[in-house]
Design a protein around this ligand. Structure first.
Ligand code: BGC
Length: 250
């Protein structure tokens, strides 16, 4: 079955039709920069363009960088606050005439990584999936089942959100070496490890492909720490999967 997966981010909106049974892209990914400030009207207009681009009239699944409960956005840390209270799934349906589902972006990426990526091997385990980009997104998998809308990027670490300690935006802004940044990430992972005791922590997002540069500096984490395999594609694939998954609370 083919579903149009859309990954809404603070800097770009990325989409592709996905075969949700195999995780394959059915067409080349299409990316449009997120218009500033990224309010609902602007983002929905971009989604309309994306749907036109693919001449799409099937189902849509959309990942959003905030808490999304039954289609309704409840928080928006790194995008316009005008989103709070908006029913993203309904807005997409009204604008495109396509049946739509919306969920948190990290939950989406985690679903894809658990089915088609490195998470495949964790059948009987407790896995914490993280996306590390501008923010830090999280998704818990309890024996493969998703606990949606966890927000570990906002867990306080010495008086600051974890994502403001170890997000990739911080590394870039402060021009941190991989070693210095890895020290910050270690601190955050140690706290997650101590509080939740997962069997494994999967690191996704843009930095997953750079693990060779910082992996050796991560220390004192009991859980197995490993990089995601699908990298930046996971968000699109998982968003598409969510239109088929019964595990998401709609
Ligand atoms: C948001 C999360 C999101 C993460 C990654 C955080 O700031 O609160 O909902 O998953 O960024 O985009």
């Amino acid at each position: 079955m083919a579903v149009l997966g859309i990954d809404i981010g603070g800097s770009g909106i990325k989409a592709a039709p996905i075969d949700v049974d195999t995780g394959d892209f059915l067409a080349k990914r299409y990316r449009i920069p997120t218009p500033s400030p990224g309010n609902p009207d602007q983002v929905i207009e971009v989604i309309r363009r994306v749907v036109d681009h693919f001449d799409w009239n099937g189902r849509i699944g959309a990942g959003f960088p905030g808490v999304v409960r039954r289609g309704v956005v409840e928080t928006a840390a790194n995008v316009s606050h005008e989103w709070v209270g908006q029913n993203l799934a309904e807005l997409i349906e009204d604008a495109t005439g396509c049946q739509a589902v919306a969920l948190n972006d990290a939950d989406a990426a985690g679903l894809a990584e658990m089915r088609f990526g490195v998470g495949r091997k964790y059948d009987d385990a407790y896995v914490l999936f993280l996306t590390i980009g501008t923010g830090i997104g999280s998704a818990f998998f309890v024996k493969r089942e998703l606990w949606p809308n966890s927000e570990l990027g906002h867990l306080q670490v010495r008086g600051k959100d974890a994502e403001h300690r170890a997000g990739d935006a911080v590394r870039k802004e402060k021009n941190l070496s991989w070693k210095k940044w890895a020290k910050r990430l270690s601190e955050v992972l140690q706290i997650y490890d101590f509080l939740f005791n997962p069997d494994a922590i999967i690191l996704g997002g843009g930095v997953s492909k750079k693990i060779k540069k910082y992996g050796k500096y991560l220390e004192n984490v009991q859980a197995e720490v490993l990089p995601a395999e699908l990298r930046n594609q996971a968000g699109i694939v998982g968003a598409a999967m969510s239109a088929e998954e019964s595990i998401i609370i709609r």
